[in-house]
Design a protein. Sequence first.
Length: 413
Amino acid sequence: MQNGNGSIALGRLNTYLFKKAFTAIGGLIIFACCVLLLERLLRIFEVVTISTQPATDASTMVVNLLPYYLGMAVPMALMLGTIITMDRFSRSSELTAALGAGISLTHMTKPFLAVAAILAVSSILIEGWLQPLGRYNYRTVENRVKQTSFTAALREGTFTSVEGRTFFAGTGRGGNAIGPIFIYEAETNDDGVETGFRLTTANEGELIIRETTGAPVLQLASGQSYRITESGGLSVDLGFDGSSVSQMATLKPFRVRGDDEREMTTGELFQNRGGDRRDEITRDVNNAALHLRIAKTVMLFILPFIAVPFGLNYGRNPSSAGLFIGLVSIVALNKALDFAQNLGASGAIPPWLGIWGLMAMLAVFAAVIFFKSAFKMGQPPLTSFAQWVSHMQGRIKKIIARIRKPRAESVRA
């Protein structure tokens, strides 16, 4: 084979593997996000059922949650997508043909590293910027929905108390009309001491939401207002044909972003690594979160060196354990990283020690398993593991048989 033809063949193989890997990994990312969102959707629907704009609020909350679930789905999809691609490449005998043509496993890993590089750049944007802002925006929407939940309760014909006022409205009228309406309000003096009560009734009203502020306004028609003094006296203060009750609830603005380290961008965490810019977040908590984000990006370049050997299959009886072991491995790794972050955030160990200690062990494991697969050309790791498990099962059965034999002879005697 000439050098020119060989380069063309290698380029086509790289493109072929890159397309296969990118398609599999992209599909898995979408699938994983959909599965992960299902559980949260139930909670979102529970929250927005009391919202005045349920469709808008639900859509906003889902969009703000996507970066969080993308951060979870990317490493999982990279691991499983690489295993699936190599497994198919092996089962179709394309791997054997490539190895027979002198193409090394190291070269065949390059397309997966290219995909990992693309995902790493995306992860920096997602984990470092979109995810913190999305988390804060999600909490902001949830806080606003909970503050305005009394409007839905008012439409349902139940007693609703908001800031010293108790509302009740009958239902069954068309459109936004409600009625009859009853409003009970406590009156206080400058010292906050109750001086009496005010009752307002109306035959009909309409609940509207201001487009600019989202604040509810209750417009009343054909009503009267009564005042009850401390002595129990009743007086009719006002009879009206039309009136409105605004500011039924003062929407309190949500707190400033950054009360939680998960709401801070990577740049903000880096600036606060000395712990002198944010009083709410300690130095250990800040640095543990920063090291975890960097480690998750670096991890994407290590995973292909584990996933490629896991996807290898030689012989007539290929192993199918790669997906299961890969899924268990990535889940266990994420849990271990979270545990290491918690240890660093609590001050039990330096913030970097647990996280980068795990990354070092992962890198050593990847180097060993890839070296044996690429340069030793022995049995694939999972095939060897399956054979070892079968060997151990055989030994255990022999030991059990030896233990049972003397017992059976003693019973006969």
